[in-house]
Design a binder for this molecule. Structure first.
Ligand code: CUA
Length: 424
């Protein structure tokens, strides 16, 4: 009577084991990928660089070893459950079968098997720890250096190899642009609490710890657009502390660097409607699974990378008068105290550098799409989008009195949006 239900639960368990083990069959296998949807934006299974690949392969090794242990232990348990089950009233009151103790052969075999399993896991683990710790020696000369600094709740990215005269290293925020096919050495810093830097498709998480320099390295196999995320609880808006990594081919990357080093664009009535930069003008349609394609973003007709490239070009319908008004409001409403806009009035360093913010695909630390609608939403209600942030607490309102420091009318917001969007 109990046997059929036991078999049924064993069957159900088998299905669960298959479901859990399915990642094991994924490598190079689109069929399982399609079924289990393992290629999300933050997939650690469908990866795009050697560091993430080493970490994924290590995960597979651990999975295989534990799967073998699970099957052996499960089989012995199932055998014992069926074989020694009480089958009638007499069985239930019978003496237990003779118990075995201290069989040296069994005990030594079990210890040896455990040690063997641990060694199988330990060797690739140690190799992966050494490999992922820093750029391999042979590649060091080719490595590109970036410094990532975490703030509650956004990321600053600096390029020590790209100094700007009288300013310091080139600095940007929330969208890290890197050369594809080249190792990138990232110094990890924080100005406040512990954060963690994580780009699942490129490299696993490493903490950013106060007063301690950490590092990681990553490399993108090909140009692409990747999703990143703070992976250590860091306060109210930890869950919305995101970022992007954009990997570009050599020419695109150099063009991007040159554009970023320039001071902020000034739109005048005669020079409005700037021309798209030549290197980004030729857009290519990417197909799914083609190198460079990651997933669709806010433009369903464009890949995220092409959408990013589109963002580099100035909007052809710019209103110079409105932009000038926005620039004036940016000073009057004290935005300049916290944000740098190099070449314009902004000099603050509390918030993200906005010199070329209009050329990013996202705002509010990778949370909202960078379009006029979302920009207006963010400027109007930063506290609702990202609770606890300093732009609201201390900027919009006085922290002590909770009274507004200033008010923004709808017209103010429209002008500010026009100005910020023009900063390509
Ligand atoms: Cu920063 Cu969580």
């Amino acid at each position: 009577m109990y046997l059929p239900s036991l078999l049924r639960s064993l069957g159900r368990m088998g299905i669960r084991v298959l479901a859990l083990a399915s990642p094991l069959f994924l490598t190079g296998c689109d069929f399982f990928n399609a079924i289990w949807r393992m290629d999300g934006h933050q997939s650690t299974i469908v990866v795009a660089g050697p560091v993430a690949r080493a970490q994924r392969d290590l995960f597979y090794v651990t999975c295989w070893v534990t799967l073998v242990i699970f099957i052996i232990v499960g089989a012995v348990l199932a055998y014992a459950t069926i074989k020694f089950k009480a089958r009638n009233a007499a069985d239930e009151h019978a003496e237990p079968p003779e118990q075995g103790h201290g069989n040296p052969l069994v005990e030594i075999s079990l210890i040896a098997a455990s040690v063997f399993a641990l060694v199988i896991i330990a060797i690739p683990t140690l190799k992966a720890i050494w490999y992922t710790y820093d750029v391999p020696e042979a590649e060091k000369a080719n490595a590109y250096e970036v410094t990532a600094t975490a703030y509650q709740w956004w990321f600053k990215f600096e390029y020590p190899g790209e100094p700007i005269e009288n300013v310091g290293p080139l600095s940007t925020s929330n969208e890290l642009v890197i050369p594809a096919g080249r190792p990138v050495h990232i110094n990890l810093r924080t100005v406040d609490v512990i954060h963690s830097f994580w780009v699942p498709k490129l490299a696993g998480k490493v903490d950013m710890i106060p007063n301690r320099g950490n590092r990681l390295w990553l490399q993108a196999d090909a140009p692409g657009y990747f999703w990143g995320q703070c992976a250590e609880y860091c306060g109210d808006s930890h869950a919305v502390m995101r970022f992007r990594v954009i990997a570009l081919g050599k020419d695109d990357f150099n063009a991007w660097l040159a554009a970023q080093k320039a001071t902020a664009r000034t739109v005048t009535a005669t020079a409005a409607a700037g021309q798209p930069r030549a290197q980004f003008a030729a857009l290519k349609e990417w197909k799914r699974n083609e190198p460079g394609y990651t997933d669709k973003y806010d433009r369903p007709d464009l890949s995220p990378l092409d959408n990013w490239k589109q963002m580099q070009a100035p909007n052809p319908n710019e209103d110079a008068a409105l932009i000038a008004q926005g620039r004036k409001l940016f000073q009057e409403k004290t935005c300049i105290g916290c944000h740098t806009i190099r070449g314009h009035e902004g000099v603050g360093i509390t918030g993200p550098n906005l010199t070329h913010v209009g050329a990013r695909t996202t705002i509010a630390a990778g949370l909202l799409e960078n379009n006029p609608e979302q920009l207006a939403r963010w400027i109007r209600h930063p506290d609702q989008v990202k609770p606890g942030n300093k732009m609201y607490n201390g900027g919009y309102i006085d922290v002590k009195t909770r009274k507004p420091n200033f008010t923004l009318t709808d017209a103010d917001v429209t002008a500010l949006v026009a100005y910020i969007s023009s900063l390509k």
